[in-house]
Write a protein that binds this ligand. Structure first.
Ligand SMILES: Cc1cc2nc3c(=O)[nH]c(=O)nc-3n(C[C@H](O)[C@H](O)[C@H](O)COP(=O)(O)OP(=O)(O)OC[C@H]3O[C@@H](n4cnc5c(N)ncnc54)[C@H](O)[C@@H]3O)c2cc1C
Length: 191
């Protein structure tokens, strides 16, 4: 997405598509508001319905899941956004059995798509504050979280901050997922 100020100054940032490919004619983006974030703050605080925004894409086809083989999706924070598109697609084509989604959030307040995520395909872990019924103490992603979700033969899609992506990749390898079956999208600073 590119923003252009009246004086011609521009700022571009990457955002993932959250909507299912079946949702033609519209795309859904989910943007985390970063304090002092040039573009995310503008999108949260200034943009109003009816404003026109400049976008190009989609790009990053290496991270696309085509809905044919089993997929293990592992997202941290707003890294769940492109994985949500995959989960929605799987549910639309009635192949939700192909997908297992593991989401790591700081606390219930930080969980994106809290209403839509629940289902047999999804597991949520909390790193800082877990609800009483979580069945797991708050803490970072570890092998015990991932191992039960690995079936063999799947492609893993990992998305989140660079630190989360690296940690989750290491845990997937520890759980026996071959490194060539792991695709990673890092939500580092872009633009
Ligand atoms: C391929 C890709 C897909 C992405 N998809 C999404 C998405 O779907 N939703 C979403 O909310 N973001 C996404 N991002 C991150 C997004 O592109 C921006 O980096 C983010 O919105 C911050 O931009 P900003 O202009 O608000 O902050 P800036 O003004 O660029 O930075 C402000 C401060 O925050 C730090 N910072 C910048 N980006 C991040 C970050 N991602 N996490 C933590 N600190 C950061 C900077 O180092 C700086 O200190 C994606 C990034 C990539 C590379």
């Amino acid at each position: 997405m590119r923003l252009t100020a009246p004086d011609g100054y521009t700022a571009s940032r990457d955002y993932s598509v959250a909507s299912a490919p079946e949702d033609t004619g519209r795309i859904e983006l989910t943007v985390e508001r970063l304090d002092d974030g040039e573009v995310s703050e503008f999108l949260h605080d200034v943009v109003v319905p009816g404003d026109e925004l400049e976008v190009r894409g989609p790009i990053g086809g290496f991270f696309a899941w085509h809905g044919t083989g089993p997929a293990l999706l592992v997202g941290g924070g707003s890294g769940v956004v492109p994985l949500m598109a995959m989960l929605r697609h799987a549910r639309r084509i009635e192949r939700a059995d192909l997908v297992r989604l593991l989401v790591s959030a700081r606390s219930p307040d930080d969980l994106y798509y809290a209403d839509e995520l629940p289902g047999p395909q999804s597991t949520v872990i909390y790193t800082r504050r877990a609800p009483a019924d979580a069945g797991r103490a708050a803490g970072r992603l570890v092998l015990a979280d991932v191992a039960p979700l690995v079936r063999g033969g799947e492609t893993a899609y990992v998305c989140g901050s660079p630190a989360f992506a690296d940690a989750a990749t290491a845990v997937l390898i520890e759980a026996g997922v071959p490194v060539e079956s792991i695709r990673v999208e890092r939500f580092g600073p872009s633009g």
